[in-house]
Design a binder for this molecule. Structure first.
Ligand code: ATP
Length: 599
């Protein structure tokens, strides 16, 4: 496919404000794409070169270098490029405008390729890969040279999108779910295949790989996909409840209860002596935990294995659990050896997904646990999570108290019946978290995605001081607003907020945001924050749960307060609309029972 065609599609995607349109445009694009380019096209429209977890350098060339390359490609001075950039506030647009002005200069590749029709997607993709991978001495100049060459051969609209890809500013707002809908439409024309595509993606979190298998081998091959060591599996997630009685009801009268550790979830992939650690949002975090890598090599007894667990910070003297925040020290790039000593961690494993040719995701939990026990050589710093099998409320509550006393957040109750498989990528009732109460009307804190921002006043004038937050609606793959948050931020949090937002401001309302409030600026759904409020109330302006409780009213969180960033969560991992709805119902029930007792 010629890149010019992809660029035109990108423009159409950028201009649409409806999700149905996004799907239709994407499906038409995928139909035209050859099977050897489908993976590349999928990565590019998501503004990247490979799946997020790949661990390779992403594009993100600095502005200065891009300006230099544009100036070389358009035969203009860097000053003119800078001025054009200032005028449009978008380097891509600046490149386009300058290319339009200097149309006469034709580069070598374009000259050679004009007969064939111009730059191809594969050529642009491989040039971008080269730019991303170059490192070390002289790499800076090489990167500029390759980019300038590309831009010289590009048409104005192509230049716009090449630059936006390079400066990490593409923002087409195309989420994974939308791509899956479009793939189903393009390759099978039927809704039924959507669930096959989704299951394959849950087992192998690489949409490029899934699309390629679909395009080359068809739907049947996709049905047979198994986990592969090295490609992350999308994590199974828990529903929530706040009492033992309902937990037993949901799990069929008997379940396995386990400590809910307050750490960072890791998915450990080991093949021979090679170990990769993936985070909750499937980022490669191996470099943060060289000590955990060592533990895996020593204590995981299998050649190829995928297990899951929690990494927890512990006190270096007493080995008691420390809170999740302590793990932030591990994010530093330098002196990791010293940090390991200062902030030691332990690992508690809770699941096994694959071992030496066995796809364990289809096995029930008791069988997975048997395999886990067989393949882990347990020691103090690397062992299986503390658990018990329980069949009555009293034992659940006792275990819950024990967990809290040990410094855990609560417990996770897990079904052990004949349907208790590993549900990759799904939040269901097979796992139920039961967390400590936060002494507020709201049962739990929520994780919400920033979709807009408002400028502050007074001391905060000129800077963003309040954000518009949304819950996720997975059925429609959209974000629905639920509150505005302006409290709970320290000065440091606000600096961070402004830095993070500067890269995510959107020119228009992102297609996947459903809102009736107009913020000062729209923000591409990307940042997730944890928020707690006083209660959930009916709201005339927010779109979350609109019409579900009352006609023309949605739900919102009253007196919301920022608690912390959740960099470990993707926007699609935010609290869902349905969860907010359930929390509201639960709150109502609580109020009713208090009123009843008072009477
Ligand atoms: P939260 O914000 O409550 O951590 P979450 O959305 O990250 O939730 P959930 O699936 O809702 O994820 O809750 C389970 C989370 O709890 C896991 O992602 C994991 O990080 C953590 N966890 C701690 N101990 C366990 C355990 N024994 N079994 C499963 N998950 C555990």
């Amino acid at each position: 496919m010629f890149f010019s065609e992809l660029a035109k599609y990108m423009e159409r995607l950028e201009l649409t404000t409806s999700r149905m349109q996004l799907i239709a445009i994407l499906a038409s694009l995928f139909k035209k794409t050859s099977s050897d380019e489908i993976d590349k096209v999928i990565y590019l429209i998501q503004g990247r070169l490979w799946p997020e977890w790949f661990g390779e350098e992403e594009l993100g060339l600095g502005e200065k270098l891009i300006i230099k390359a544009i100036s070389l490609a358009s035969n203009t001075s860097e000053y003119v490029v800078e001025q054009t950039y200032k005028k449009y506030g978008d380097l891509g647009k600046a490149a386009e405008v300058l290319k339009q002005k200097g149309r006469s200069s034709v580069g070598l590749v374009q000259y050679m390729q004009t007969a064939k029709g111009g730059l191809t997607v594969s050529y642009v993709y491989s040039s971008l890969v080269k730019i991303a991978k170059l490192s070390g001495e002289g790499s800076r100049d090489m990167k500029i040279k390759i980019l300038a060459g590309l831009l010289r051969d590009a048409s104005p609209i192509e230049a716009r999108y090449i630059v936006r890809l390079i400066d990490g500013n593409l923002r087409l707002g195309v989420g994974d779910a939308t791509i899956m809908d479009a793939l189903a439409l393009a390759f099978t024309g039927s809704e039924a295949s959507r669930s096959v595509i989704e299951r394959a993606y849950n087992i192998r979190a690489d949409l490029g790989n899934v699309a390629k298998t679909l395009a080359t081998k068809g739907l049947d091959a996709l049905k047979k996909i198994e986990p592969e060591v090295g490609i992350p599996v999308r994590p199974m997630l828990a529903e929530r409840l706040d009492n033992a009685r309902e937990i037993l009801e949901k799990t069929g009268g008997v379940c396995l209860v386990e400590f809910k550790y307050d750490g960072e979830r890791v998915q450990i992939h080991k093949k021979g002596s090679r170990v990769i650690l993936y985070s909750r949002r499937l980022e490669n975090i191996t470099h943060q935990y060289p000590d955990v890598v060592e533990m895996c090599i020593k204590h995981l007894k299998a050649d190829s294995i995928i297990v899951e667990g929690e990494v927890i910070a512990v006190d270096p003297e007493t080995y008691e659990f420390r809170p999740f925040q302590e793990l932030m020290h591990r994010k530093r790039k330098h002196n990791i050896e010293e940090i390991i000593k200062e902030y030691p961690v332990v690992v508690r494993l809770f699941d096994l997904l694959y071992v030496d040719g066995i796809d364990a995701t289809t096995l029930i939990l008791p069988e997975r646990r048997k395999l886990l026990e067989k393949h882990v050589d347990q020691v103090q710093e690397f062992s299986i999570a503390e658990y018990e099998i329980v069949d009555n409320e009293e034992d659940i509550d006792k275990f819950f108290m024990k967990a809290i006393e040990s410094g855990c957040e609560g417990i996770v109750a897990k079904a052990i019946h004949k349907e208790s498989i590993y549900q990759a990528g799904a939040r269901g009732w097979l796992w139920i978290k039961y967390k400590r109460d936060y002494k507020s009307e709201m049962i739990d804190s929520v994780d919400l995605t920033v979709v807009g921002a408002f400028y502050g006043r007074g001391r905060r004038a000129g800077k963003f001081g309040t954000v518009l937050l949304a819950a996720y609606d997975p059925e429609n793959d959209v974000f629905k607003t639920v509150c505005k948050v302006g409290t709970g931020f320290t000065d440091q949090d606000l600096v961070e907020l402004n830095n993070k937002l500067s890269k995510l401001i959107s020119r228009q309302k992102p297609a996947r945001v459903v809102a009736e409030i107009e913020p000062d600026v729209w923000v591409v759904p990307e940042l997730v924050m944890e928020v707690i409020g006083a209660e959930i109330t009916l709201s005339p302006v927010h779109t979350c749960c609109k019409g579900m409780v009352k006609k023309d009213a949605g739900l919102s969180i009253r007196f919301p307060r920022f608690i912390r960033w959740r960099p470990d969560k993707r926007p699609e991992d935010s609290t869902t609309e349905k969860e907010i709805y359930d929390m509201y119902l639960k709150q109502l029930r609580k109020v009713e029972s208090v009123q009843h007792e008072e009477r």
